[in-house]
Write a protein that binds this ligand. Structure first.
Ligand SMILES: *Cc1c(COP(=O)(O)O)cnc(C)c1O
Length: 361
């Protein structure tokens, strides 16, 4: 019998087995057309239903109204770091950027190339690490938008509040948490997420944008980053990553079949609670993030004796628990447990952690 592998990678991440099997089964002769899905034109009749369905499923899952357009873009979330200021900067030529960790900081650095930024540090590093609540964010009144990242993938730190700022254009980098829990899309003007965390394979970034903010475009705006142009061309201004798009449609269908966002939200809370409970109930494992700011997707921790990191990683891999090494920027350990990580994988990790502590604690 082959050993089951649980892949805790932060992205590209684990995908549902049932979806992978479906892809495999239909790979050479998709839909009985005698060709593979990756051999057909994005403009063909055969591909069209994939485009339609992925938008339809996404609208249903997140309850997205027709006030919003949905775009499937190339260039990753990093591409959006540039596209966002170029598309939506207006009269103030300035934007608020919340700094809560690595990715929001990277977005700010890129934004700074195109406008001036009001960078607001909200991370408080004491005995416990926490983020300032929204009501204490010191926003500038003369900015065109506010950018923040509700789930910092590398640090495993999250903002669970929803925006409370009535008169601001709100932009959220949801790369590692879109579809993990219920959100009120109406509270945002632009939500973006690169697919390879929780939505599908790499290559596509999903954008949910309020049509109202698709306004005049600057002359210098590259067409490939121009939201209006992308919308007018049904996300096919350039040739899209058809394979990723196809897989995304299957993942969204899988989510709907299992009960939609509320099913996954419950499961994600359960999975992450199990892991945090294991970490908190021992002084061998440490996570210093305040409970209100803990991520349900990326659970970071470290060993009280960091010399054991290497052995932990090696032994966990031997057990089929892969990619638990923390990001190089932070060190330590990280378990990314997106929607496709079954609870059995989390339980197996916990069993391993307890045994490891017994042996080395
Ligand atoms: C992964 C990630 C990114 C970068 O995504 P790319 O697709 O590699 O550009 C940006 N923001 C967050 C929150 C991420 O998790």
């Amino acid at each position: 019998m082959k050993k089951i592998i649980y892949n805790f990678s932060a992205g590209p991440a684990m995908l549902p087995k049932i979806v992978l099997r479906d892809i495999q089964k239909n790979f050479l002769n998709w839909n009985n057309i005698g060709s593979s899905i990756i051999e057909i034109s994005h403009r063909s009749q055969d591909f069209y239903p994939i485009i339609q369905k992925s938008e339809k499923y996404l609208r249903e899952l997140l309850n997205i109204s027709q006030e919003y357009a949905i775009l499937f873009c190339p260039g990753g979330a990093r591409g959006q770091f540039s596209a966002i200021p170029m598309n939506i900067i207006k009269k103030f030529n300035c934007a608020d950027y919340i700094n809560s960790g690595y990715w929001s900081y990277q977005a700010m650095l890129e934004g700074k190339k195109y406008c001036s930024v009001n960078c607001i540090n909200i991370k408080q590093e004491n005995e416990i690490i926490s983020l300032l609540n929204m009501k204490d964010w010191e926003l500038n009144h003369r900015t065109d938008y506010l950018h923040y990242c509700p789930n910092e993938t590398i640090e495993g730190i999250a903002i669970h509040e929803e925006p409370i700022f009535e008169d601001k254009i709100i932009v959220g980098d949801f790369s590692s948490c879109l579809l993990s829990k219920k959100i009120d899309v109406n509270k945002y003007d632009l939500i973006y997420a690169s697919a390879q965390k929780n939505i599908g394979p790499s290559g596509i970034t999903v954008i949910i944008i309020k049509k109202k903010i698709l306004n005049k475009n600057h002359a210098y705006l590259p067409s490939i980053l121009d939201y209006k142009k992308i919308l007018e061309n049904q996300s096919m201004f350039n040739t899209p990553v058809t394979f990723s798009w196809y897989v995304i449609s299957l993942v969204l269908k899988w989510m709907k079949d299992l009960g939609g966002i509320s099913y996954f939200e419950k499961l994600n809370i359960k999975k992450s609670n199990l892991l945090y409970k294991t970490i908190d109930s021992s002084s061998f494992y440490i996570n210093k993030i305040h409970k209100k700011n803990r991520s349900n997707m990326n659970i970071t921790f470290h060993l009280s004796n960091s010399k054991l990191d290497k052995i932990f990683i090696k032994q966990s891999e031997q057990q089929g628990l892969k990619f638990l090494k923390g990001h190089k920027f932070l060190g330590g350990l990280r378990a990314s447990i997106y929607n496709a990580m079954p609870i059995t994988g989390v339980k197996k990790l916990i069993k391993f952690m307890k045994e490891f502590e017994k042996n080395f604690g």
